[in-house]
Design a protein. Structure first.
Length: 128
């Protein structure tokens, strides 16, 4: 009679262990999925900022390269998280620039940690 009680307790222990382990795995997978979604969303917004800057270059290349304008704060974006955007530009050669190295950085808060994605590109002066 006592042996059945021990078998039931061992069985409950095994089931509890499996359920707890499953919960840990599901929680971790959910965190990873959220992080991947945020990273993808931030990269999409950074590419939109780069495309807008590329369009400025295409509208008037002379004014773009002569003015060497680069807004360091490109705003905030977000649906699932709030992304802060910053942009850095390095025009070269100095004086009569023919290209600009651009890096857009999207940063967001992920559970108390600041996470960021950087998307670099080079825009050149071209003749059509």
């Amino acid at each position: 009679k006592g042996q059945l009680m021990i078998e039931i307790l061992v069985g409950l222990g095994v089931i509890t262990t499996v359920l707890v382990f499953s919960l840990v795995v599901i929680t971790h997978a959910t965190r990873l999925a959220r992080a991947a979604r945020n990273r993808l969303e931030a990269t999409t917004y950074a590419n939109q900022v780069l495309e807008s800057y590329r369009n400025q270059r295409d509208l008037d290349q002379k004014a773009f390269f002569d003015g060497q304008t680069c807004s360091s704060n490109c705003g905030t974006f977000g649906i699932n998280a709030t992304y802060s955007c910053t942009m850095s530009c390095t025009f070269s050669p100095a004086g009569a620039a023919t290209q600009v190295e651009v890096e857009v950085t999207m940063s967001w808060d992920d559970g108390g940690n600041t996470v960021s994605v950087k998307v670099p590109t080079v825009l050149s002066r071209y003749d059509i």
